[in-house]
Write a protein that binds this ligand. Structure first.
Ligand code: MN3
Length: 215
């Protein structure tokens, strides 16, 4: 079943690059300006362009949001299924990702989300450790996720640009562990990138995603 789309993904064809909610250098020194600029304009921009190209001749699919396309990926015609999976997934994942970070972020979640994380993973420290291990353990390119799956908070990773919505789950928090997300500043040191990333997590947005997913 398709999820109720979050505002940033409510649009249909032609899909558009959503505005970046901060300047390219806003997340310095944790995420560097050049990485942000290339990641947003070239990588995310490329996914949007290629998704639109794939959908060019498919009027019915043009009426669907990217979330709906991915939730129904097995019904997408084989000729464009891989393109929609890769570029649609890339578009959705990055649209979520930018909002999950902010200048002056980090710290710990509050309220219901904090309680739910404590319940599911024992403590915030244990959650952080498990999420970090998941992100480090993803071989090659992919994402680490906190997701709501069958009503449960679950930590798992996906390969490439696969989205949790392809398996009926709702992403709450996601971390891009493709090398393009960190190589310029951290080279092969994915562990340092992940440690830095915790300093910019936008827990207000994570809490909003959690409330949205529970509806
Ligand atoms: Mn990326």
């Amino acid at each position: 079943m398709a999820q109720s789309p979050a505002p940033q993904t409510a649009q249909v064809y032609p899909h558009q690059l959503p505005p970046l909610p901060y300047a390219y250098d806003a997340l310095e020194p944790y995420i560097d300006k050049m990485t942000m600029e290339i990641h947003y304009t070239k990588h995310h921009g490329g996914y949007v362009n290629n998704l639109n190209k794939a959908l060019e001749n498919y009027a019915d699919l043009q009426k669907l949001t990217v979330t709906e396309l991915l939730a129904k990926i097995h019904q997408v015609p084989e000729a464009i299924r891989t393109a929609v999976r890769n570029h649609g997934g890339g578009h959705l994942n990055h649209s979520l990702f930018w909002k999950l970070m902010k200048k002056g972020g980090g710290g710990e979640p509050k309220g219901e989300l904090a309680e739910a994380i404590g319940k599911a993973f024992h403590s915030f420290g244990d959650f952080r450790e498990k999420f970090t291990a998941c992100a480090l353990g993803r071989f090659g390119s992919g994402w680490a996720w906190l997701m709501l799956k069958n009503g449960q908070l679950v930590i798992d990773s996906t390969a490439n640009q696969d989205s949790p919505v392809m398996e009926g789950a709702q992403p709450i928090l996601g971390l891009d562990v493709w090398e393009h997300a960190y190589y310029l500043k951290y080279q092969n040191r994915r562990n340092e990138y992940i440690e830095s990333w915790w300093h910019v997590v936008n827990w207000d947005q994570v809490a909003e995603n959690y409330q949205e997913a529970r509806k």
